[in-house]
Design a protein around this ligand. Structure first.
Ligand SMILES: *Cc1c(COP(=O)(O)O)cnc(C)c1O
Length: 480
């Protein structure tokens, strides 16, 4: 490595530059026309390390993160990613592996993937697994494609429909449509569950499957799951579980035991891998015996304590992702599962449920609860009471920012008017939950006494109210 020199840079300003840094790149002019090739070096600001560090630290302070406070976003679960995950994922034996390395040299990595798959099967109550899908939504597509392959293998070609409740996450109908199915929407009843009468009307021999989230998107357990399962299987359809809310069931209920045929698991929601911009995501899919023949390749098998990859499975739906999926996420999720063990995982779900219901109880006098029943790991409220003061769910969400909290998910699910979906997760203390509930109650008071204040929020953030529609339609992420 060459020594760093302090010298005058090309632009005449002083700064650190690396000598001989000009990399020779041969550019094929067929690919990049001459007119696009830079004639002189890019004019990047040249400042000291200290200034760079301050710049980025300042920027980071404009942001909100889990290290700062609660993230009550519903339908998202994990926002806290244990630091130990980063330690294991950075072990050079994992981090520096090339995915093309031959099998005998990556036995450790294959073992980890195999073991993670075994853990997920045990937790969910299924017999087969693929770790490949890169997100829950891709897992949905994988599962629905396997359901399609299942019917086709039986020469049952008339099954063109997938049943999906109106409360479902938007990815459910999207995945089913991409897999070539027609979507049939099911109504939810006044208790926030699947309307069984509507289901009875819609099951027939054209139904390929039913996609259900349990607990569902309003945070309520679908306790009539046995009736649902009998109706769907009774008509020859298969049961797909959207496992985004598995955080409420760990060690308590196994979806495989409820009669589902397959499910996806969002590692970034239930098993502590990073979410959103911190990704990439990971959405393994577990299946029962009916769907094992159709699992994506490669499959990892264990033979005499050696791990092998199998590619030639004729009935497989094929490959979903380059190589094996997002391997770094497998290391993190496996770390989390092994750190907690069976007992620990169960207490995660129990605490997630208690925490959500604690907040619900603390704010129930000030917000409308659309459903009487206790929720699971998340719950919905409606800002309907605040409507008479001209305050809506978005205003309340914005006002929370002024108090230093991240906002919950709003306007999802669509079936609840002025919906706010609140999910505190298991990683918050009683004091944090109380503080959040307290602020929610203060905002309800403000909405009554000084609605203008809430409508104009946020006032303390670096960016005030923005025009969401304009921001979404004319997204400008370029610095000029
Ligand atoms: C998050 C979520 C999905 C989609 O998962 P991604 O990993 O974001 O693709 C599907 N269904 C529900 C209920 C979800 O909350």
């Amino acid at each position: 490595m060459e020594k760093l020199l302090f010298e005058k840079s090309r632009s005449g300003r002083k700064g650190y530059t690396l000598p001989n840094l000009e990399v020779q790149i041969s550019i094929d002019e067929d690919i990049l026309p001459e007119k696009f090739i830079r004639k002189s070096p890019a004019e990047l600001p040249e400042v000291s390390e200290n200034e760079v560090a301050r710049h980025f630290l300042r920027l980071s302070h404009l942001n909100y993160c889990i290290e700062q406070g609660l993230y009550p976003l519903g339908s998202c679960t994990m926002k806290y990613n244990p630091k130990i995950n980063e330690v294991t994922a950075s072990l050079s034996g994992f981090r520096d592996l090339h995915p093309s390395t031959r099998e005998d040299f990556v036995q450790g990595a294959l073992e980890l993937m195999y073991n993670l798959g075994e853990c997920l099967k045990e937790i969910s109550g299924f017999t087969g697994v693929t770790l490949q899908p890169a997100a829950g939504s891709q897992g949905e597509f994988t599962g629905i494609s396997m359901i399609r392959a299942y019917h086709e293998a039986r020469k049952d070609y008339k099954r063109t429909k997938i049943l999906i409740p109106d409360a479902a996450h938007g990815t459910n109908p999207a995945s089913a449509a991409i897999a070539g199915f027609e979507i049939v929407e099911l109504r939810s009843n006044e208790n926030g569950r699947v309307d069984l009468d509507d289901l009875r009307r819609k099951v027939n021999d054209e139904v390929a499957g039913f996609m259900l989230t349990n607990p569902n998107t309003v945070g309520i357990f679908e306790k009539e799951i046995k009736e649902i399962e009998q109706l769907v299987h009774g008509c020859g359809g298969l049961m797909y579980m959207d496992g985004a809310n598995l955080n409420a069931l760990l060690g308590i209920v196994r979806p495989g035991d409820l009669g589902f045929d397959c499910m996806h698991i969002n590692l970034h929601k239930t098993f502590s891998t990073p979410h959103g911009g911190g990704g990439p995501g990971s959405g393994p899919v577990c299946v029962n015996d009916k769907l094992i023949p159709f699992l994506p390749v490669p499959q990892i098998v264990k033979e005499n304590d050696k791990f092998r990859l199998i590619y030639d499975i004729e009935t497989s739906i094929g490959k979903l992702h380059t190589f094996f999926g997002n391997f770094g996420m497998f290391v993190r999720a496996y770390t989390y599962i092994r750190m907690h063990g069976a007992e620990g995982l169960r207490s995660i779900s129990e605490n997630a449920i208690i925490n959500a219901n604690y907040i619900r109880a603390l704010i129930k006098d000030n917000y409308k609860l659309p459903y009487k029943e206790f929720g699971m790991h998340e719950f919905v409220i409606s800002a309907d009471y605040q409507k008479e003061f001209g305050v809506n769910a978005k205003d309340i969400a914005k006002r929370l920012l002024d108090y230093g909290f991240h906002a919950p998910t709003i306007y999802f699910p669509l079936i609840v008017h002025e919906c706010m979906l609140i999910e505190p997760t298991e990683t918050e203390t009683k004091e944090n939950l109380e503080e959040f509930a307290n602020v929610m109650n203060i905002i309800a008071q403000e909405a009554k006494e000084n609605p203008e204040l809430v409508r104009n929020a946020p006032t303390t953030t670096p960016v005030k109210r923005i025009d969401d529609a304009l921001a979404a339609r004319k997204l400008n992420v370029k610095w000029s």
